[in-house]
Write a protein that binds this ligand. Structure first.
Ligand SMILES: [Zn+2]
Length: 260
């Protein structure tokens, strides 16, 4: 009787110990809400894309979801604007402005993507990937990922191009080629040191230049280093986090980088 009690007590202790030691890999819940107007094929591809991104982060970085994520897919601009008002509590004027200037947004764990407003379906899925990458950046950095915008946006585009290839979309190489071609059409090449704020990112080719700069960092140090940077931002300045992740000074890299 006593032995049986001891075995039960030992099993209970081991169970509790195991509970305490296991990292919460999927601590967050995923809510995917799809507008009625989104066609079934687009919805299936969007679901496969979301799974592809989560798998990529788990395999490449060992990062699971630790916060709840809510993904709202709209079918057209009007529903997109309405979703911005309901989900973010924005005024109608602000929501209309944002809806006219974007196809996807991510804030506070709520992601809204307009699946109905792009002629190419892969373009919509690319946006979906891009916004989920922002979610992970915020999660890992404790929302300190926005000081140096070219890295934040460039990483979202670079990782999205990689994921699109892994889920059977356009190849990562063809995205890179397209970004270089876009930049060759620029009258003045945007320079990284002037791409730190949201306004500066509105200049022609800013996203393409950021993405190509991030791809250069990935060629040097591999994809794992990219999230070493975002994780380091939690406790370090962007300059220190950059040095920890890539072994170079941020300002030196910004001055010396050329996209082609
Ligand atoms: Zn973005």
């Amino acid at each position: 009787m006593k032995a049986k009690f001891l075995v039960t007590a030992l099993a209970a202790c081991l169970f509790l110990l195991n509970l305490c030691l296991s990292p919460p890999v999927y601590g967050g819940r995923i809510d995917l809400i799809v507008d009625h107007g989104v066609d079934k094929d687009a919805e299936a591809q969007a679901r496969a894309t979301v799974d592809g991104v989560f798998d990529f982060f788990q395999r490449t970085y060992g990062i699971g979801l630790h916060k709840d994520i809510r993904i709202k897919l709209s079918c057209d601009k009007i529903n997109y604007k309405n979703a911005i008002m309901t989900e973010y509590g924005s005024s109608e004027a602000r929501a209309a402005f944002q809806a006219n200037h974007s196809v996807g947004l991510q804030s506070g764990g709520i992601l809204i993507v307009d699946l109905g407003d792009r002629s190419s379906r892969h373009g919509k899925l690319f946006t979906l990937c891009h916004e989920i990458v922002h979610f992970y950046q915020s999660q890992e950095s404790g929302d300190k990922n926005y000081d140096v915008r070219w890295i934040t946006e460039g990483a979202a585009d670079a990782v999205a191009s990689h994921i699109m290839e892994t889920i059977g979309g356009q190849s990562a190489g063809s995205y890179k080629k397209q970004w270089i071609e876009n930049l060759k059409r620029a009258q003045n090449l945007p320079r990284l040191e002037y791409l730190h704020s949201p306004n500066q990112m509105r200049s022609y080719g800013a996203y393409n230049n950021g993405a190509l700069a991030v791809l250069t960092l990935v060629e040097w140090r591999g994809y794992p280093a990219l999230f070493t940077y975002f994780r380091a931002l939690r406790n370090a300045s962007p300059e220190d986090a950059f040095y920890q992740a890539f072994g170079a000074r941020l300002s030196d890299f910004e001055k010396s980088f050329r996209p082609f």
